[in-house]
Design a protein. Structure first.
Length: 253
């Protein structure tokens, strides 16, 4: 097992159990305790775990929201596969919303050069990445810029969304469950995401399998409001079936 694979497994176990300890991880993964401590240090630097005596706790359990750069460093292969699968949901022409997020950011990178699309975003970095594409008309929503996620929020973003109707909204989320729907830590971002879903004829959620173990403060959509969930092959098949039973088509990339 490569270090990145081992660290992703450690993160998965921490989120599933609420915490992990060094000795149990070393035994279960057949490595030394020193290797596990180095892995926990790397995951803490990435902003997804917080070291405690003898082990670590996922940051969401402590009420922290990982910064964008930290989230962009985990599940990279899964996010790329999800983004490529999402291309099948693009209209031939027309308009789309691309929500701020690391997986949606991968979608921006792989958008085809032969589609004439209007793309609405609430992320300055995504707008900059799209701006040089001659076939795209880019609309950047204004508002207050959240430093942690680099997403625009509040009234100057909400008001334009209330007047828009797009073909597809490609959504990101921090957490998702059958019982609680799609959730995110910040109520202001939840309001923007809610408005994006309402502005779209169809909504597509892009979320790696780790997102289905978490629930956060603010709900912005029920699963029944989402048309397609695109995740990776790491999602549990029984969970995928439960998600599909709640309404959306589930694609495992």
């Amino acid at each position: 097992m490569y270090a990145e694979e081992r660290q992703q497994e450690i993160l998965r176990r921490a989120r599933a159990a609420g915490r992990v300890d060094v000795v149990t991880l070393a035994d279960g993964l057949d490595v030394t305790t020193e290797t596990i401590r180095r892995d926990l240090t790397a995951l803490e630097r990435a902003g997804v775990l917080r070291r405690v005596h003898g082990g670590a706790i996922p940051v969401e359990r402590l009420g922290f929201e990982p910064a964008l750069a930290a989230r962009d460093e985990v599940m990279t292969g899964e996010k790329e596969r999800i983004a490529k699968a999402a291309l099948a949901e693009l209209p031939e022409d027309g308009s789309v919303i691309i929500d701020a997020g690391t997986t949606t950011g991968r979608l921006v990178q792989v958008l085809p050069a032969d589609r004439e699309l209007t793309v609405v975003v609430n992320s300055p970095p995504l707008a900059i990445a799209l701006a040089s594409r001659a076939n795209l008309h880019v609309i950047l929503l204004g508002g207050r810029l959240r430093g942690r996620t680099l997403a625009t929020v509040d009234d100057w973003a909400l008001q334009p969304l209330a007047q828009l109707h797009v073909d597809v909204a490609f959504m990101a989320t921090n957490g998702c469950s059958v019982a609680k729907g799609l959730t995110t830590p910040d109520p202001a971002e939840a309001a923007i995401k809610r408005a994006m879903v309402r502005a779209a004829q169809r909504s597509v959620l892009l979320a790696d399998h780790t997102k289905f173990t978490n629930t956060y403060l603010a709900r912005f959509a029920e699963l029944s409001e989402i048309d397609v969930v695109i995740t990776d092959s790491g999602v549990d098949p029984a969970l995928a079936a439960d998600l599909a039973a709640a309404g959306p088509e589930v694609v495992r990339a």
